[in-house]
Design a protein around this ligand. Structure first.
Ligand code: MN
Length: 503
């Protein structure tokens, strides 16, 4: 469902006519070499496309216009091998609507001590050419990412790769449609928000659909479709031996499969990239979609429960960022705590809907009663999450702006098995430590719903927030509570001044 290789980043080198055709030929050859190396780098998941060196205001303008129009182009990498006077960039940059990364590198790695002459100096000029290039973007208050270092270094390529992933997710949001079955969970605040502001800011639309429209699709599902899906369930998951021949279990699975076939068809027909459900609005559905929501997430759909469209869209964006990387991404909720002086932890889970991309081993397909909603016992995949670094991200509507809050965590193995817990879960220790992290999260107004990932990094989300022009607050190993509180206060002023009227 998510294929990053068809997306393009355009590699643009700035120069000017002053140098003459010979030098410009060399500039172009070097640029081509660098863009090819970046295209071939494992860390960079998209195509890096070489574009002819720009030498005049007209060329910059035409190129920025082309980039805006080209649908596979998700962003530009710019670099000034030589000196490219920046006033020639103004009109182009003014209209550019694609994200931009300024790569501050040099074609030659080392100074050739014994042979260096003025020809070398005049060709390898990024040290001052890129300063001029940086100035104009700062002067124009343009959001961009600056990456500095030698272009063959792994760390440099990884930073470019992280930005490419953010740009892919940003591109994916433009024009995306998210489907909301029913409305918000009644009286809940943090899952609400301004959908008009979100559409202006983020480019995606969220629209509501009556659950009856879904029920119609679910009721139209035919027996062979259910049978085929049940066979897939059996091949993919552990079926508890006590349940295998149980009639009630089989009946529940059949209903779950019927819902999944109908839900898939509904989402496909509508061209949706994600959806929300709410247990308060299931009229006509036999059970709350559990295993179907889990499997659709595993296929790349965004999802969040209780009508939480912001988290749904965020989970989708994180799925795009994570495409092809090791580690899964899921909708998540901070559920309950282990508050122990020897090491406090958070147990994350949901009523049902955790993505099996984060499963440690083969999930178990189980049916249990659900305490709320008043529906039949729903089927769900139950599993633990493998230990290792991860993060939680939440997106809140603060009234005058959106805030993206990120907390880096370490997933740990449960102290003991949890044989009676009938839902998928992850156990983690937040950074810098439990008390600081959860205190900062609460000060930040952080939601209980998050996008959880063992693949997405803070750097990707930082780049993504910059592309969206929204506030980012990070809680990580370096967080000090006092500083974090100041940061939130400073952000009030900064975003308050910046937003003015409108979004
Ligand atoms: Mn919830």
């Amino acid at each position: 469902m998510i294929d990053l290789k068809r997306l393009e980043i355009w590699f643009i080198t700035g120069s000017q006519h002053l140098y003459g055709p010979e030098t410009l030929k060399q500039v172009a050859a070097h640029s081509r070499e660098i863009s090819t190396a970046l295209n071939d780098a494992d860390a960079i998941p998209v195509k890096m496309v070489f574009k002819p060196v720009v030498k005049s205001p007209e060329e910059v303008f035409a190129l920025c216009e082309q980039a805006n129009q080209a649908s596979p182009c998700i962003g530009l990498v710019t670099w000034c091998h030589t000196f490219s006077p920046s006033r020639m960039w103004i009109n182009g940059l003014k209209l550019l609507r694609k994200p931009i990364l300024h790569l501050h590198t040099q074609y030659n790695r080392d100074i050739p001590w014994s042979s260096i002459d003025m020809d070398f100096m005049n060709l390898n000029q990024a040290a001052h050419g890129d300063r001029e290039h940086g100035f104009i973007m700062s002067r124009m208050r343009l959001a961009r990412k600056v990456v500095a270092g030698y272009w063959q270094e792994a760390a440099v390529q990884q930073q470019i790769g992280a930005w490419c992933r953010a740009a892919a997710a940003w591109h994916d949001w433009q024009g995306a449609a998210f489907c909301r079955f029913g409305d918000n969970m009644r009286e809940v605040a943090v899952t609400e928000g301004d959908k008009v502001a979100a559409q202006i800011k983020f480019g995606y639309s969220v629209n509501g659909y009556g659950v009856g429209d879904l029920v119609k699709q679910v009721n139209a599902v035919r027996e062979p479709q259910i049978k085929a899906l049940l066979e897939e369930y059996e091949a993919s998951y552990e079926i508890p031996s006590a349940s295998a021949k149980d009639e009630k279990y089989q009946g529940s699975l059949r209903e779950a499969a019927r819902i999944e076939v109908g839900l898939r068809a509904f989402l496909k027909n509508g061209g949706f990239k994600g959806f929300t459900t709410t247990f308060e609005d299931l009229h006509g559905l036999a059970q709350l979609p559990g295993v179907s929501a889990q499997r659709l997430m595993a296929d790349g759909y965004g999802f969040a429960a209780e009508g939480d469209w912001k988290t749904c869209a965020l989970v989708r964006a994180m799925k795009v960022m994570a495409a092809g990387l090791k580690g899964g991404t899921s909708f998540m909720e901070d559920y309950t705590y282990h508050l122990n002086a020897k090491g406090s932890k958070v147990l994350g889970a949901h009523m049902l809907e955790i993505c099996p991309s984060i499963a440690d081993g083969k999930p178990s397909l189980q049916v249990h009663p659900l305490g709320i909603g008043g529906k039949a016992d729903p089927a769900r995949l139950v599993f633990d999450t493998p230990p290792g670094p991860a993060l939680n991200a939440a997106l809140m509507d603060m009234g005058n702006r959106f805030r993206l809050l990120v907390n880096e965590v370490d997933v740990v193995s449960p102290d003991k098995p949890l044989p009676k817990l009938p839902v998928a879960r992850a156990l983690w220790v937040p950074k810098p430590d439990f008390n600081t992290a959860v205190t900062a999260w609460i000060y930040g107004g952080g939601a209980h719903h998050t996008g959880f990932s063992q693949a997405v990094t803070t750097e990707m989300l930082e780049d993504f927030a910059a592309m969206a022009g929204i506030e980012l607050a990070v809680i990580d190993a370096g967080t000090s509570l006092r500083h974090f509180k100041h940061e939130l206060n400073w952000n009030e002023i900064y975003y308050g001044l910046r937003s003015g009227l409108g979004s």
